[in-house]
Design a protein around this ligand. Structure first.
Ligand SMILES: Nc1nc2c(ncn2[C@@H]2O[C@H](COP(=O)(O)OP(=O)(O)O)[C@@H](O)[C@H]2O)c(=O)[nH]1
Ligand SMILES: [Mg+2]
Length: 291
């Protein structure tokens, strides 16, 4: 599980070193960087610990608590609450293979069970035929309608249709899949901007959420992806998929530091129930091995 290793490493470092000397600070900085917290965060954390008067007399658990307090501002949670909304749309973004389609299926289950929402899925990844089939299979298993067209169809049109038909059928939440790959990056961005323009105008910003799925196991790549998608269409919240398989798990911290994007969900496995609401306290406790 993610995080245990960072907490363990820091504890190991503390028991080996005993004293908070320069060698300890250097190793701590390396350890933080290895856990994907980013060089700037690692440096700032170590500097603040080094400069803090309170740190001198601290024991192991106090140091971990101190680090936790320093990191809290960069682990904000996004609250996706659609209970009072008659209609809303979540546009799910992310590069190929990060877990978009799986997350959509999990969210259909979550928003139905936790918020009483009737969902409809839009097969906006028209780049691959298999992507449409995959969504259809989830829809059938979950008993949720899937709006789709043939491979190669205009994804903006598919999502627009899903929204229109949701209005006429009284379905409240549209979960829209998108392609994570195009012939090239410029194409992908242009396609997403087109979808964003069509969908945003139709649904209105207050009922529209752009959710970026990142694969927690890919480390710094996820930061570059977040920058790309955020610049293209603006990302409202993140999903940390595959947290269960990540040995590191600190990547949301540099993403929040740079882009201030809060985290909505954590993917904890491949099943429909394997989606947890992100919670800063428990995330940091797990990252730092506290408690
Ligand atoms: N262990 C684990 N696997 C996941 C999670 N989310 C997705 N996956 C797996 O990641 C692979 C790619 O997922 P998919 O939803 O097809 O990615 P997409 O290309 O972004 O739509 C699949 O094998 C999923 O079962 C997760 O939270 N944990
Ligand atoms: Mg997919």
């Amino acid at each position: 599980m993610a995080g245990i290793s960072l907490g363990k490493k820091i504890r190991g470092l503390l028991s080996r070193k005993g004293a908070l000397d320069e060698a300890f600070y250097d190793e701590l900085e390396d350890t933080l960087i290895e856990s994907d917290l980013g060089a700037r965060t690692a440096m700032d954390l170590v500097d603040s610990l080094r400069d803090s008067k309170e740190a001198r007399g601290m024991g192991e658990s106090e140091i971990l608590d101190y680090l936790k307090r320093q990191l809290l501002p960069y682990t904000k949670a996004a609250k996706l609450d659609f209970r009072d909304k008659k209609r809303a749309l979540i546009l799910v973004l992310g590069v190929n293979g990060v877990g978009k389609t799986t997350t959509i299926a999990k969210m259909a289950r979550y928003f139905h069970d936790a918020q009483g929402k009737s969902c409809v899925l839009a097969a906006g990844d028209t780049f691959r035929a298999a992507a449409i089939d995959q969504l259809l299979v989830h829809g059938e298993r979950l008993g949720v309608r899937v709006v789709h067209q043939q491979p190669g169809a205009d994804p903006g049109a598919v999502i627009y249709d899903a929204l229109e038909s949701a209005v006429s059928r009284g379905e409240e939440l549209v979960l829209a899949d998108t392609a994570g790959r195009m012939h090239n990056k410029a194409n992908l961005i242009r396609e997403l901007q087109k979808i964003h323009k069509i969908v945003g105008a139709k649904i209105g910003t207050e009922n529209y959420c752009k959710l970026l799925v990142i694969d927690t196991t890919t480390g710094q790549n996820a930061l570059r992806q977040a920058e790309l998608f955020h610049e293209a269409v603006g990302v409202d919240a993140l999903v940390m998929a595959k947290y269960d398989s990540a040995a590191k798990g600190g990547i949301i911290i540099p993403i929040q530091r740079t882009l201030s994007i809060p985290v909505a969900f954590v993917g904890t496995g491949e099943g429909y129930g394997d989606l947890a609401l992100f919670d800063s306290e428990s995330y940091l406790d797990s990252l730092l091995g506290i408690g």
